[in-house]
Design a protein around this ligand. Structure first.
Ligand code: PCA
Length: 181
């Protein structure tokens, strides 16, 4: 599978976003996105995205494990983005589905996740959930998944590098090998 990997840049108190470090070291085409609604909208409108089979989206959240986000919600936050823009829940069309399931993570990847890599059904309500929801909605022909990485003081950079590389290689294979993270 030809995947584009994304990470986010700095926001709030996160000066050096580990998702951008991991996207750059993924060994795949990658792009670092500004933590801004308009920047995400512009990214998702780029016709070049259609040359990929899927999007491997990443952002950071403080948890003691890496989260395979299984779904995105029709939700928005009161926290401003880095351009000072706030999107309230009313900015998302209430006629749209309240939840959309991700399409990248396989059953095998989800069911074998354990230890410091776990499934999650809560991608939050800020830019990470926003990009996930909008990507799934706007790019239905692509396989799309979101990985919430952890700060490096929760899960080491080396360990998360291995997690990301292993997920990417498992997704590239048609046959699922035994999980050996
Ligand atoms: N994490 C935030 C936005 C950017 C990032 O890396 C989030 O979880 O929504």
């Amino acid at each position: 599978m030809n995947l584009l990997v994304t990470g986010f840049g700095p926001f709030l108190s996160v000066k050096d976003n580990p998702s951008s470090v991991l996207a750059r070291s993924s060994g795949r085409d990658n792009k670092i996105l500004e933590v801004a609604y308009a920047a995400v909208d512009e990214f998702l409108a780029d016709p070049k995205l259609l040359t990929y089979d899927g999007l491997f989206l990443m952002g950071v959240v403080r948890r003691p494990f890496v989260s395979l986000e299984v779904q995105a919600k029709n939700a928005a936050s009161n926290t401003p983005d880095v351009r000072g823009i706030i999107r309230t829940p009313n900015d998302l069309d209430l006629s749209l589905p309240s939840v959309i399931q991700g399409t990248l993570w396989t059953e095998e990847i989800i069911s074998s996740a354990s230890g410091d890599l776990l499934p999650s059904d809560d991608a939050g309500s800020y830019l990470c959930n926003y990009i996930y929801y909008q990507a799934l909605r706007r790019l239905p022909s692509l396989r799309i998944g979101f990985l919430h990485v952890a700060p490096f003081d929760e899960v080491s950079e080396r360990r998360q590098f291995v997690i990301v590389r292993t997920l990417l290689s498992r997704l590239s294979l048609h046959k699922e090998p035994a999980m050996s993270l």
